[in-house]
Design a binder for this molecule. Structure first.
Ligand SMILES: [Zn+2]
Length: 299
């Protein structure tokens, strides 16, 4: 089961207690998910379509509790490879309910409990979240800019940074940052999923950090060792073909130290000199030695 389905299943099990919040949740579900009934004779009815069984059951019971009407439910199994089941809820006087709730948005906005319920309903009905093992992305796609703006207003009232993009005729409200997605799950009450996401994040961060440190250290070690071996070869060539004693004093000193301490870093070599010398000074002298060796080889 996908992470997204697990989040929706958890949200669908949240206790239904306060009537104001149930109305806010249903209001969101109907505004983001409903389609007009295609039959001309059924102008006042609307449909809610979903593949999530738990969400279909929750919506059914919300409608029944709040309006006393039982929606008609049809299950359709798709013939494709992945056997999806689609649930279609038809609500007879859905248009009326939709109008009634549309007017309630200003009220919902002012109540903390209802704001959360509205966002939960919107996510259940039209939201999706990526598998956090792969990437951090949460979105809710809606049919009108007006509705997208309402969602952004609610989400960003919690100091989150949701944005809107247009995709295939939908307005997609999305969150991209791991921190913000965790906060959003907290707001809508998906606490179990939130913990699961946090655990994955911690493991991912640790893995990344360890890899970064190991890569960085390996790269540096490699570079230091390769350079040191090359310097030593050149100094040995100078020693055997030119004589270290014939070098200027400052070059002779560093040449002898390099031969003696093949594992030392440039910084460490510099500290052994009297007076001590910085890393770039040591590097400069070693380059000089290598140039001398190269010239000598050419002759
Ligand atoms: Zn409420």
């Amino acid at each position: 089961m996908s992470f997204c389905s697990r989040v929706k299943n958890e949200l669908s099990r949240i206790n239904k207690n306060k009537k104001c919040c149930l109305e806010a949740e249903l209001s969101a579900i109907i505004s983001v998910n409903s389609l007009p009934d295609s039959k001309k004779s059924e102008k006042s009815s609307i449909k809610i379509v979903t593949e999530n069984a738990a969400f279909a059951r929750r919506t059914f019971s919300l409608i029944k509790e709040l309006s006393g009407i039982c929606p008609k439910v049809v299950c359709r199994k798709s013939q494709k490879l992945k056997k999806h089941t689609t649930f279609i809820l038809t609500i007879q006087n859905g248009r009326e309910i939709e109008q009634k709730y549309r007017r309630k948005f200003e009220f919902i906005k002012t109540r903390e409990c209802c704001k959360r319920a509205f966002l939960r309903g919107a996510f259940l009905a039209a939201g999706s979240i990526s598998d956090p093992e792969k990437t951090y992305h949460l979105e809710i796609s809606v049919k009108t800019l007006e509705l997208a703006n309402k969602l952004v207003e609610l989400i960003n009232s919690y100091d989150l940074n949701s944005k809107i993009i247009k995709r295939k005729g939908y307005y997609v409200v999305y969150l991209k940052e791991g921190d913000h997605i965790v906060d959003f799950l907290n707001i809508i009450g998906a606490h179990g999923s939130l913990l699961e996401l946090e655990n994955i994040r911690i493991l991912k961060d640790m893995r990344n950090n360890v890899n970064r440190i190991v890569n960085c250290e390996t790269a540096n070690l490699d570079k230091t060792v390769t350079a040191s071996l090359r310097q030593i070869k050149n100094i040995e060539y100078l020693r055997d073909n030119f004589g270290l004693d014939n070098l200027p004093e400052n070059l002779r000193q560093i040449a002898e130290l390099r031969l003696k301490y093949s594992d030392a870093s440039l910084k460490e070599l510099g500290q052994m000199l009297n007076p001590p010398l910085g890393k770039s000074g040591v590097n400069h002298r070693l380059r000089k030695l290598e140039q001398l060796a190269e010239e000598l080889k050419r002759k």
